[in-house]
Design a protein around this ligand. Structure first.
Ligand code: IPM
Ligand code: MN
Length: 330
């Protein structure tokens, strides 16, 4: 049966890169029905709607969602990020954000081959906090970090099972346990307890700041990393930078229980400064589509796309020229 895939181009370069990703999916011959959604800054500015409840209900019935990017300079920060992207992550319970990085040895390091598992529904992203006496000299703003045993454990278990399936079988926890002594303690204890069920794994721990150094100088120490939402956000931009640029970094927001659709998107943002210039690299979106195909059980098509992208260093040109050439190779 044809997969029903929701398409959210979003803002900025989002629609441009998603169009190229679909070009490449078309080239695989996988049969699917695209269900387009007009969501993002343009719709918000025109109608005031960010994500109507009826649309959210429709999304629940899809097999997967492919998203470009959200965020535009004309809309105040947070409206689209919180109201659209994070709301989808939370409402569809996409608790794993899986971000793979791979690159050959370079002047910087001996090569990158790792996967970051970012917890995707809790931490500082949960939206706990508020203002007191807003706009006055006595203003107070708090922004808490929510960490549940349940949420941490399911994420760590996912990462451990993934590490178990890989040749190196190595899992690193990244946090800041020396300063975040409550949240960090919960993460560390949960990690230690879950590891008792995975005796074949070798494990490591790095503080987030040290991990940033290792990402640049010694990324080969990592196989699978598990970390909290905000650390994972920052670390995966760095991951993109050390592995071919943020234009290559793909991600899957996963519902591992498959009780609803998972959402696939490039790690990069909407890059309003280069909209319409043809400068956007569509490879991150194309790789995200490959992850989607794999998750949908189309392993062969996914492998063909991955191969075409990883061998595409010789391809240059505009967004659409790169997409067309990768599609031809698929
Ligand atoms: C990402 C993005 C999002 C995040 C923004 C757009 C809300 O930066 O997917 O990494 O912070 O998670
Ligand atoms: Mn980010």
């Amino acid at each position: 049966m044809a997969h029903r895939i929701g398409i959210i181009g979003g803002d900025g370069i989002g629609p441009e890169v998603v169009a190229e990703a679909l070009k490449v999916v078309d080239a695989t011959g996988v049969s699917y029905t695209a269900v387009p959604y007009d969501l993002g800054g343009t719709r918000y500015l025109a109608t005031g709607e960010v994500l109507p409840d009826s649309v959210l209900e429709e999304l629940r019935g899809l097999d997967a969602i492919l998203l470009g990017a959200v965020g535009t300079p004309d809309v105040p920060p947070g409206v689209l990020e919180r109201g659209l992207l994070l709301r989808i992550r939370f409402e569809l319970d996409l608790f794993v954000n899986l971000r793979p990085f791979g690159a050959p040895a370079s002047a910087l390091n001996d090569g990158v081959e790792m996967i970051v598992i970012r917890e995707n529904t809790e931490g500082t992203y949960a939206g706990e906090g508020g203002f007191l006496r807003k706009g006055t000299p006595l203003e107070i703003a708090t922004q808490g970090s929510v960490n549940t045993r349940f949420g941490v454990e399911r994420c760590v278990r996912f990462a451990a099972t993934l590490a178990q399936s890989r040749p190196r079988k190595h899992l690193t926890l990244v946090h800041k346990t020396n300063v975040l002594t409550f949240a960090g303690d919960l993460w560390q204890r949960t990690f230690n307890e879950v590891m008792a069920d995975y005796p074949d794994l070798s494990t490591g721990y790095d503080h987030i700041d040290a991990a940033c150094i290792h990402f640049v100088q010694q990324p080969e120490r990592y196989d699978v990393i598990v970390t909290d939402n905000l650390f994972g956000d920052i670390l995966t931009d760095l991951g993109g930078a050390i592995a071919g640029g943020i234009g290559r970094a793909a991600s899957g927001n996963l519902n591992p229980a498959r009780t609803g659709p998972s959402l696939f998107e490039p790690v990069h943002g909407s890059a309003p400064d280069i909209v319409g210039t043809g400068k956007a690299d569509p490879r991150a979106a194309i790789m995200s589509a490959a992850m989607m195909l794999e998750f949908l059980g189309e392993a062969d098509a996914a492998a063909r796309v991955q191969k075409a992208v990883s061998g595409s260093d010789d391809i240059s040109g505009t967004t659409s020229e790169i997409g067309t050439q990768i599609a031809e190779r698929v």
